[in-house]
Design a protein. Structure first.
Length: 229
């Protein structure tokens, strides 16, 4: 077996001989294990930290196109951190507090990819713009679970074990985020988009201060049962 080339997550592998993705079931399982994907509207990304809390459990969908097939990987977001910085949600920990120029990624319309360097400069985090255009605000995706993998030939793989990625760099690598996705629209179905699960009310969410930031703002949201909660 060989790991797929490009910006693929580390668990995806393909057979050298036939190109089949490891773990995908034979044809005939066309619907079993495939979640219903409802594209997230731009309005879902606006509403401050309260909206960030509401959307924990949303689905992040990544499509990898190869010469012979397209593989779709579906992740569930387990943890988000909200960052503001505007007049409505002042936030000294946000990049916006240091001043932003018109056109900078964090000020783009809601629901687009915003890649930001973490302190130290060696790690890039996967963020989603989360306020109206021109108003600073973003969700930092901090933890994800693999839900399922399927291809365009009707083969579906349900993970045999829990593939969980926690940490900014781990999430970015697993989802296959690369610099070319800066500004990518997550509200349109393409190589990367966000979908709402069938019942977001089914998730119990807990909140606390953001990692390494102790300012009394409980803007870190995670599904109940995650370590550290």
């Amino acid at each position: 077996m060989v790991v797929l080339e490009g910006h693929d997550p580390p668990f995806l592998e393909t057979c050298k001989g036939c190109g089949a993705v490891v773990g995908l079931c034979p044809p005939g399982n066309t619907e079993e294990g495939r979640p219903e994907l409802t594209l997230a509207p731009p309005t879902m990304f606006v509403g401050g930290p309260g909206k960030a809390r509401d959307v924990v459990g949303m689905l992040v969908v990544r499509r990898f196109t190869r010469a012979t097939r397209t593989v779709t990987v579906v992740w569930r977001c387990r943890e988000l951190e909200y960052y503001g910085g505007g007049t409505k949600w002042p936030d000294p920990a946000s990049y916006a507090a240091r001043g932003l120029s018109k056109g900078e990624p964090m000020l783009r319309r809601p629901g687009v990819v915003y890649l930001a360097p973490m302190p130290g400069g060696n790690i890039i985090s996967f963020n989603i713009t989360a306020e109206e255009e021109g108003e600073p605000g973003a969700w930092l995706v901090a933890a994800i679970d693999l839900v399922t993998v399927y291809d365009d030939r009707g083969r579906v793989a349900t993970p045999s074990r829990n593939w969980r990625y926690t940490g900014f760099d781990a999430v970015r690598t697993a989802v296959g985020i690369h610099p070319g996705l800066q500004g990518h629209d997550l509200t349109c179905m393409g190589e990367l988009f966000v979908a709402t699960p069938q019942d977001v009310t089914a998730f119990e969410v807990q909140e606390r201060e953001r990692q390494v930031i102790h300012d009394g703002r409980h803007w870190r949201f995670a599904l109940k049962g995650d370590e550290g909660y």
